[in-house]
Design a binder for this molecule. Structure first.
Ligand SMILES: Nc1ncnc2c1ncn2[C@@H]1O[C@H](COP(=O)(O)OP(=O)(O)OP(=O)(O)O)[C@@H](O)[C@H]1O
Length: 358
């Protein structure tokens, strides 16, 4: 078993409310990602689970048992940090073996466990080197191996890939998912990188200013963001948001445009709304009757696609287009909107409107 549940976690540092009622349920065996911008309270949440933070309020349950008062050691959790925290004078082998030695395992048990985890992480040939003789990526693998070498109740990982270059990060994302599948343990993984979150997680909790905004699968968080903030934080290029309201069967923009009212919404006339549309749900090719008139503002070629910036009134819409798209800044464009995939948010509360009709 390896369930982790936290309920109503509160923690302030002086004026800063780092955690403001954080409640999360991590199922056994999940790859659970806590995603949020810098300062959202991700590390503090992880430290609270590990027992490294004295809480103002709230409880931590491990395997359904109240562990709020337990020492870090009694919780039986393994933590991997952004900084590798390896012993510099010890070889990779000794670093990896250290948690087992602390538990007084026999030499043959240690050797077998180190061999197994080293093969999982493809670091067998590095075992006799000291940290100074390893690259950043190799050190990260050794640090991971040290956490994975024993079978704790759960693994807590605090942005472990942050210090790696982009290529290694991408590789390690795939590796970590593979390792999680082969080990079958519970991973609680903290990151501010939404691509990491969407690509690795079974479930994502989105955190902002010490409050959980949404918990769901990557698809749920991306396709049905609970509020305007989550919609803006998750997804690249950023979702375009346009002020508007409903008038009968029309959606009327504050910038003067009109679109057909999305079939799935039953919102009342006149209520201030925000229409949210992702770049892939906008098109500069003529595809339907739901279109907005604007002018080309800029082109951002990204190899496999080009992001077209289109100015509609004072707003810039991000539109995903084919890499071959061309144009001159200032030229008139019609942008087709896939209203079945668009989002509406209450402009005052930021909350997503019910999507019952979809
Ligand atoms: N020991 C501390 N003393 C004072 N303030 C702290 C302390 N630890 C965290 N904070 C503050 O609490 C808030 C949450 O910090 P936390 O490290 O949990 O955020 P985070 O989401 O992990 O950010 P990052 O992605 O930058 O690591 C921040 O405003 C931070 O400055």
């Amino acid at each position: 078993m390896g369930t982790v549940s936290v309920h109503g976690l509160c923690k302030s540092f002086g004026e800063v409310q780092a955690l403001d009622g954080v409640t999360l349920d991590v199922p056994d065996g999940a790859f659970f990602v806590v995603l949020g911008p810098s300062g959202a309270g991700k590390t503090t949440t992880l430290r609270a689970i590990a027992g490294l933070e004295k809480l103002d309020a709230g409880s931590v349950h491990l395997d359904e048992r109240d562990a709020t008062g337990d020492t870090p050691a009694a919780r039986d959790l393994a933590m991997v940090f952004q900084s590798y925290a390896l012993y510099p004078r010890h070889t990779a082998y000794e670093n990896i073996a250290s948690p087992l030695r602390a538990r007084r395992c026999s030499s043959s048990e240690v050797a077998a466990a180190v061999e197994q985890v080293s093969s999982l992480l493809h670091i067998e040939r590095l075992l006799q080197r000291r940290p100074a003789q390893l690259s950043g990526g190799e050190m990260q693998r050794v640090a991971l191996a040290r956490a994975l070498v024993r079978r704790p109740r759960a693994f807590l990982m605090d942005e472990p890939l942050t210090n790696l270059d982009l290529k290694l990060r991408v590789e390690m994302r795939t590796e970590l998912t593979r390792i999680h599948r082969s080990l079958g343990g519970t991973f609680v993984y903290v990151t501010n990188d939404q691509v990491e979150a969407l690509s690795m997680a079974d479930q994502v909790a989105v955190l902002k200013e010490g409050k959980v905004q949404q918990v769901g699968t990557p698809t749920e968080v991306y396709e049905r963001p609970a509020n305007q903030w989550v919609a803006g934080f998750v997804g690249s290029p950023r979702i375009s948001l346009l002020a508007c309201h409903v008038e009968g069967d029309r959606l009327v923009g504050a910038e003067g445009w009109t679109l057909p009212r999305p079939r799935w919404t039953t919102v009342e006339d006149g209520r201030p709304l925000l229409l949210g549309v992702r770049a892939e749900d906008l098109s500069v090719e003529q595809r339907g009757n739901a279109s907005l008139s604007g002018e080309l503002y800029g082109l951002e070629p990204l190899g496999d696609r080009t992001v077209v910036d289109v100015r509609v009134g004072t707003k810039i819409l991000k539109v995903k287009a084919r890499p071959t798209v061309t144009g001159t800044p200032g030229e008139r464009l019609l942008v087709t909107v896939d209203l079945d995939r668009a989002h509406l948010f209450d402009a005052d509360t930021g909350l997503a409107l019910s999507e019952a009709g979809r």
